[in-house]
Design a protein around this ligand. Structure first.
Ligand SMILES: C[S@@+](CC[C@H](N)C(=O)[O-])C[C@H]1O[C@@H](n2cnc3c(N)ncnc32)[C@H](O)[C@@H]1O
Length: 328
């Protein structure tokens, strides 16, 4: 625990608020989503072990106790709660060894979520992971995750949802795992109704992007050679350097941490000069569903903030998921 705060002061007087434990909290995508969905809630604690993520979380959701590294949490130390959320880190799944034909989740961070659920048995759980968890290669792992939750008495529903289907122009497919302690009605759907895209990538860009984000002509020549692209566009577009193309569908590739150097904004040439640049911090967050000013950046660096956005929850989608769950 890296902060001793009396969290009893957060307790609601009438006890009607949803009590939440936010695991793998990042910037607090679950909190932002619940706020946006206008669901009365209070976070009784969170778990995060990255010092920059903790600073960002505390700036935006002050006064909440951080229980720190999830592997060290004794679930009995946490007050009771109704909902646990967690976008558990995905790397462990590439290391999962398959013993006797069964995926082994012990030793992965998912196992720590299960440990907490075993003791606390919250009514609702909402977990998230990359699409890869639902593919054939990790199918056994997902099956093991679902079975472990079912063994604890949860009805479990998994849905692959894409940010671009809910009005935000980012191609971001994520697997959402919802568990309800009890039996869900047969009519229950986790996927919110899709929304038609009304605003595209170009509409999410800064009106006057910072000049420092632009590559110089020598750097652009190098990119042309490396990726075989001419970088000539009629309207601002997303360059997908992984797939060596410039998207013409008006959406962004999945946000990636800055060190990958694989996503760029391409503007129409000006004065015969090509214009290619990095995404700004605000563009990262808009593409994660934030309205300008909704998150307090607290003066953190480009690297840290963009890393957080690339790993965070799309708060537009998560607010729709929460509405979908709690309206049924
Ligand atoms: C995929 S991100 C989740 C982001 C979050 N859902 C959000 O909305 O920003 C996973 C987070 O888990 C954190 N994390 C990794 N290992 C952890 C551990 N052992 N205990 C607590 N948090 C951990 C990482 O620092 C990272 O912020």
């Amino acid at each position: 625990m890296n902060k001793m705060i009396n969290n009893h002061k957060n307790k609601s007087a009438d006890g009607t608020k949803l009590k939440v434990f936010e695991a793998f909290a990042g910037y607090g995508g679950a909190s932002f989503g619940l706020k946006r969905a206008k669901i009365p809630f209070e976070v009784i604690g969170y778990s995060e072990n990255d010092k920059f993520a903790i600073e960002l979380y505390d700036n935006n959701h002050p006064g909440i106790l951080n229980y720190g590294d999830i592997t060290k949490i004794n679930p009995n130390d946490i007050p009771d709660f109704d909902l646990i959320t967690g976008g558990f880190p995905c790397q462990p799944f590439s290391q999962v060894g398959l013993g006797k034909g069964e995926a082994d989740i012990r030793g992965t961070l998912f196992h720590d979520l299960i440990r907490i659920c075993e003791v606390k048995r919250p009514k609702h759980i909402l977990f998230e992971n990359v699409k890869g968890l639902s593919t054939a290669r990790h199918g056994k792992t997902l099956e093991t995750i679902v079975k472990s939750l079912q063994k604890l008495g949860y009805d479990v529903i998994c849905e692959l949802l894409n940010t671009k289907d809910y009005g935000i122009p980012q191609n971001r497919q994520r697997l959402w795992i919802y568990g309800y302690h009890g039996t869900l009605p047969l009519t229950f759907h986790l996927a919110p109704p899709k929304k038609k895209m009304e605003l595209y990538f170009k509409d999410f860009l800064d009106k006057k992007p910072d000049e420092a984000l632009f590559k110089n002509q020598v750097e652009i020549e190098r990119l042309k050679e490396l990726y075989g692209l001419d970088f000539i566009v009629k309207e601002p577009s997303c360059a997908d350097l992984y797939n060596k193309n410039i998207r013409s569908d008006g959406i962004s590739i999945t946000l990636l941490e800055p060190h990958h150097n694989k996503m760029r904004v391409v503007h129409p040439p000006k004065n015969n000069e090509l214009r290619v640049r990095k995404y700004s911090i605000t563009e990262h967050f808009r593409l994660m569903g934030f309205k300008d000013g909704e998150i307090n950046f607290g003066g953190q660096s480009y690297q840290q903030l963009c890393k957080r956005a690339a790993n965070g929850w799309d708060i537009n989608l998560v607010s729709l998921i929460f509405k979908q769950i709690f309206q049924q």
